[in-house]
Design a protein around this ligand. Structure first.
Ligand SMILES: NC(=O)c1ccc[n+]([C@@H]2O[C@H](COP(=O)([O-])OP(=O)(O)OC[C@H]3O[C@@H](n4cnc5c(N)ncnc54)[C@H](O)[C@@H]3O)[C@@H](O)[C@H]2O)c1
Length: 438
């Protein structure tokens, strides 16, 4: 099939490259001319494992092309995916400016039936607005359909997530739209759930908010653990063994970030409010996440007594491993607060150093974990990259000014760290040896 994907970002580019790999002819459209020029030279605008090779293959086999022209995208395709950003407005609402601009631009070039698919994460009822917008700006009457096909991929494992999804959700309101999307997705062999458009839109917001809720829940449990000497890792293990609860997303830490969870949570709270429902539960989820970051900063403060003048090493800047994405990363709040207090902050991340050079101008960028450790009074772990799990802590101890590790991702074994001579503070981890009966 001939497909156009509008928005060559984390979702759009992966979507386009994967569809091309499945044998479709894909035209990637983006209004960022620099990005399109980069892609034509096979330079990726962001880091995603395996993407460069996948894009190169699509281009080599002439199934993947790039353009800045919406006219070309509309003329040459049967299905148009909208995968542009839906950032956050200052009041928490989703900013649908880009989605609206794309809908308007599609309508101006429509010359026959097209299926327009929302892939971006959007509040419920956006599909109706997209259809209304296309209808309003159409030059000549043409049939079209709008569908919702929310994307569940995760940065860092995006290609595998796209190719082997847990489920595909298709929100459609015509048989023609359903058939086109079924043809596209059937080869993946994943369960396909067909719903109306509003339900599909809600599935995405409800899913992301539910996952955020699981993280905030275990982070709140971690707070209780810290106050009573229990170990959140053991509590999560015990909870997760219950099939009704499940182990995933029960890792206590410094809080969630990224381009999806915080903004989707806010957008869901906002759209619920506009529909007349106060989604209090989700406000608490957001509050716990903010508290978690503050409490991590507080942990550093109380461990160091005075922060001003101290050197703090930070390992991990991206909001999660295997990406260079630092949008809404907890590292930003933590590091900015430490810099404000007068600490010298030395940082390292395996992929996000370029991002960090723009976002954290006050921090010292280091070439690896050992350079970060040299002369530091404290090592703070903010992203659970695999390569941090196997560091030479005997060497690090010699490099540090004092052997203090504050682990915001609970990647180390507390007793092992203590045996190595570290003062080790995790999130919700047992701080003392358990009581023993004599
Ligand atoms: N990043 C994720 O992990 C993820 C996962 C699932 C869903 N989503 C959702 O997918 C959507 C896209 O997210 P992303 O992370 O890919 O964003 P992104 O910022 O990485 O990419 C968005 C792209 O859209 C382009 N764009 C903006 N306006 C345009 C226009 N008028 N015409 C053409 N191109 C335009 C931008 O230049 C950019 O390249 C969001 O709604 C997001 O919530 C993201």
């Amino acid at each position: 099939m001939d497909i156009a994907v509008v928005g060559a970002g984390h979702v759009g580019l992966v979507t386009g490259a994967c569809f091309a790999d499945l044998g479709h002819r894909v035209l990637m459209m983006d209004n960022d001319a620099k990005r399109i020029a980069q892609l034509r030279r096979n330079q990726m605008p962001f880091y995603e494992p395996g993407l460069e090779e996948l894009v190169a293959r699509g281009v080599r086999e002439k199934r993947l092309r790039f353009t800045t022209s919406m006219k070309e995208a509309v003329k040459g395709s049967a299905i148009l995916f909208i995968a542009v950003g839906t950032p956050q407005k200052t009041n928490g609402e989703a900013d649908l400016t880009y989605v609206e601009a794309v809908a308007r631009s599609i309508s101006l070039h429509l010359d026959g039936y097209r299926l327009v698919v929302e892939k971006s994460t959007v509040p419920v009822q956006t599909g109706q607005w997209v259809a209304h917008t296309i209808r309003t700006y159409l030059k000549k009457k043409h049939a079209f359909d709008v569908a919702s096909n929310p994307e569940f991929l995760r940065e860092g494992t995006a290609i595998a997530d796209f190719m082997k999804p847990d489920r595909v959700v298709l929100g459609v309101e015509s048989q023609r739209a359903k058939e086109l999307l079924m043809r596209l997705y059937k080869p993946l062999g994943a369960p396909i759930l067909v719903t109306d458009i509003s339900s599909a839109e809600l599935i995405k917001h409800a899913s992301n908010s539910f996952l955020s809720m699981k993280i905030s829940f275990i982070n709140a449990v971690a707070q209780v653990c810290e106050r009573c000497g229990a170990d959140v890792a053991q509590v999560a293990e015990g909870m997760g063994l219950d099939g009704r609860i499940g182990r995933s997303f029960l890792n206590a830490g410094v809080g969630f970030g990224g381009f999806c969870f915080p903004k989707d949570l806010d957008a869901f709270i906002k759209i619920s409010e506009q529909l007349g429902y106060d989604f209090d539960l989700l406000k608490a989820v957001r509050g716990i996440n903010e508290y978690q970051k503050r409490s991590f900063i507080e942990k550093i403060r109380s461990a160091l007594w005075v922060v001003k003048g101290k050197q703090i090493g930070v390992l991990g800047l991206a909001f999660k491993p295997n990406t260079d994405d630092m949008r809404y990363a907890p590292s930003l709040d933590v590091i900015r607060s430490l810099l404000e207090e007068g600490a010298k902050v030395c940082v390292f991340d395996p992929q996000a150093m370029q991002e960090a050079s723009h976002l954290l101008p006050g921090a010292k960028l280091c070439k690896d974990a050992y350079e970060v450790a040299r002369g530091s009074d404290c090592l703070a772990i903010l992203t659970e990259w695999n390569e941090f799990k196997e560091l030479d802590f005997a060497r690090i101890k010699k490099l540090m000014r004092q052997p203090l590790v504050i682990d915001g991702r609970n990647i180390y074994d507390p007793s092992r760290m203590r045996a190595l001579g570290y003062r080790y503070l995790g999130v919700g981890r047992k701080q003392k040896e358990p009581l023993r009966r004599n």
